[in-house]
Ligand binder design. Structure first.
Ligand code: ADP
Length: 295
């Protein structure tokens, strides 16, 4: 099963072009959709989750026409939205039971077995009687995955799942995502490069509604080999370097900016070659797209 997206576009009433002719093929496994805030990720996720209409284009999941056969999509979809509204006075176990009922699992015994198994899977068994409102961010996200897994979905969409999680919670969430079956299309939308680096064998980068890269992170890294240069500079020099070079990142190390610059040749004697990382891929894709005039 593959998700094939072709020529998808969406412009909001205020004139913002959130998706601009996006075409993308997403195989089974964990797929990272990387983009800065406002790139169009949630718009794409919501369209695929049948919550929003596209203006143009198509999307098919196996034999399902995602934009038209919405009921068919909903039967095979597990969705963890960016803002997951939960019922504050309801325990995790009762809430999962309720959602399982809504998803058509009407047999009491079957539903109880499923809810128990999910609570164990996402490591919330001991908290099953607690109200979700009192959960930490990480526990809420794990609960969100549990509800998304009800009904053995073939397409799982998780939108910005690790924003706001502390490193321990983020790791637990990563482990959970990697346990989801290999035969499922899992789209992880995120602005956090580390999410994609640790989890995804395939990825896409979008910015300003446009697709900038699609492929394996490893291939994207290869393309940057020998083209990323590093230099420690003074803060006051930042503006000059930004004007004169394709600056792709700028990190403070012990209070001093360390910049990464994209260039086929060594920009000046002060630069040393840097091993490209996924953050370089991300920012060089965005930066070079910004520098290229749109035809
Ligand atoms: P991301 O999820 O990557 O942060 P979004 O899809 O939420 O991006 O937003 C893409 C662009 O569309 C942004 O410029 C955002 O401000 C705009 N946008 C999102 N939702 C709406 C809406 N309902 N009405 C108008 N503009 C919107």
């Amino acid at each position: 099963m593959e998700l094939v997206i072709q020529g998808l576009s969406k412009t909001y009433g205020n004139g913002v072009k959130a998706l601009d002719n996006v075409s993308l093929t997403i195989p089974t496994g964990l797929f990272g959709l990387l983009g800065p805030n406002g790139a169009g990720k949630s718009t794409l996720m919501r369209i695929l989750a049948t919550l929003q209409e596209a203006d143009a284009g198509s999307a098919t999941l196996g034999t399902i026409d995602v934009l038209r056969q919405k009921d068919e999509v909903r039967k095979v979809l597990g969705y963890l939205p960016q803002e997951f509204g939960v019922y504050p006075r309801v325990s995790a176990a009762d809430m999962l039971d309720h959602i399982a009922m809504l998803k058509g699992i009407t047999h009491n015994g079957e539903r109880k077995a499923l809810v128990d198994a999910l609570l164990q899977k996402v490591n919330l068994w001991e908290h099953r009687k607690r109200k979700i409102a009192g959960f930490s961010g990480g526990m809420k996200q794990r609960f969100g995955i549990a509800q998304a897994l009800i009904g053995e979905p073939k397409l799982i969409i998780v939108d910005e799942p690790t924003a706001g999680l502390d490193p321990g919670e983020r790791n637990r969430f990563y482990n959970l995502l990697t346990e989801i079956g290999e035969n499922v299309v899992v789209i992880l939308s995120t602005h956090i490069v580390q999410d994609v680096q640790e989890l995804c064998s395939r990825m896409a980068i979008i910015n300003k509604g446009r697709l900038l890269y699609a492929g394996a992170p490893a291939d994207a890294l290869k393309e940057l080999n020998g083209r990323v240069w590093e230099k420690a500079i003074a803060k006051s020099e930042l503006e000059v370097y930004d004007r004169q070079h394709t600056l792709i990142s700028n990190k403070l190390v012990a209070g001093r900016p360390i910049i990464h610059v994209l260039s086929d040749a060594r920009p000046d004697d002060g630069f040393i070659p840097a091993e490209p990382n996924l953050e370089d891929v991300f920012f060089s894709a965005i930066r070079t797209a910004d520098l290229t005039p749109v035809a």
